[in-house]
Design a protein around this ligand. Structure first.
Ligand code: AHM
Ligand code: MG
Length: 339
């Protein structure tokens, strides 16, 4: 039998204790975060079995139990959407997997305070090679009046309005990290009790670091200022804060998680072919910008803080630079001196 360390708080215990004394607290945000934790545990079970897909059946086929096998990202999307729809705190969702937002539009949901946006399985190209992937989520207070179905405007809010944001990393351990304006806290899944346990309280992003993360394959597609910064990273020596290390997993959740803990910078700039880069403002950039800012770091699109961008479309993309504040300063000193 596993020994449970009762000095360790579970996700639900921590959330309820830290949010219940806030002015106007109704418990709805705690309940929403609990729902997200539940969906994450369900997705984790399937992600852990991903390597067995050839044995259990490919996506689109029927497995040995006679069940239709879904692609993991579709499965993850359905889990998060289903759990939030059954809960009492979420009035609707938008997902990277879906073309349009979904208003739950029932008597309970129309009274709910929040909307949730998520990328159900980010980095899903890494599933086949057993590399960490993640879920990213973002929570906003609805703008539309309670009692009505949510509308697109509820989802097209600037990132600064986020009430909470977080991610789940399905890695060597499974972790859930979430931020409210009060702080960033990380919870590691203890499989013996099936609970996320507080393992990384009050996470702070170091002011500086030695890790830079960028897809070097795009180097010749980048604008000169970004190239200049990458060259600067490569030329760091121990006399000027280096040497730096390049680390790029290709799963943003894993890359930014590591940089948040160790100090570093993650970049997905625009390229000649894709001037807005690859990452989605609402599902990927905004939540990480919020988490990293609360932790003391910064995030921009190269021109302005990510969190100040007024979105115009659910699936819009944005160049993304995020990380330790001094490294962001140094990046900007390169991008502003090269016109
Ligand atoms: P996805 O949402 O289709 O999984 O794409 C997002 C992912 C990020 O996790 C990662 O940082 C990036 O794509 C990697 O892209 P690239 O292979 O172009 O470097
Ligand atoms: Mg993604």
């Amino acid at each position: 039998m596993s020994s449970i360390n009762r000095t360790v708080l579970t996700l639900d215990e921590f959330t309820i204790q830290s949010l219940r004394n806030l002015p106007h607290a109704t418990g709805e945000l705690s309940s929403l975060l609990r729902d997200i934790g539940l969906a994450a545990k369900r997705v984790n079970v399937e992600v852990n079995k991903a390597g067995l897909v050839d044995i259990l059946g490919d996506a689109g086929t029927v497995n040995v139990q006679g069940e239709e096998v879904k692609k993991l990202d579709v499965y993850a999307n359905n889990q998060f959407m289903g759990v939030l729809q059954r809960g009492v705190s979420c009035a609707g969702i938008a997902s990277e997997e879906l073309d349009d937002f979904v208003a739950f539009d029932d008597d309970v949901s129309n009274q709910s305070k929040y909307v949730c946006l998520f990328d159900p399985l980010d980095g899903s190209g890494n599933i086949d090679v057993n590399v960490s992937i993640g879920t990213i989520f973002s929570v906003y207070r609805r703008i539309s009046p309670k009692g009505t179905p949510v509308t697109k405007e509820d989802f097209l809010q600037k990132g600064r309005n986020q009430v909470a944001a977080g991610y789940v990393i399905y890695g060597s351990s499974t972790m859930l990290v979430y931020a409210t304006r009060r702080g960033v806290n990380g919870f590691t899944l203890d499989p013996s009790i099936g609970e996320f346990c507080l393992s990384h309280p009050n996470l702070k992003c170091p002011d500086s670091g030695k890790i830079y993360s960028v897809n070097h394959g795009n180097f010749f597609q980048l604008e000169d200022g970004v190239k200049k910064y990458i060259n600067l990273c490569q030329n760091k020596t121990k006399d000027n804060g280096g040497p730096y290390t390049q680390r790029y997993i290709g799963s943003m959740v894993a890359d930014v998680h590591r940089n948040l803990i160790k100090g570093g910078i993650f970049m997905y700039p625009g390229t000649i072919d894709k001037p807005k880069g690859k990452l989605r403002l609402l599902y990927e950039c905004n939540p990480f910008a919020f988490i990293v800012e609360v932790a003391g770091g910064r995030a921009t699109n190269g021109i302005q803080p990510i969190l100040d961008i007024e979105p115009s479309e659910l699936h819009q993309r944005s160049p993304f630079f995020v990380g330790s504040s001094q490294m962001m300063d140094e990046l900007e000193s390169c991008t502003t001196t090269v016109a």
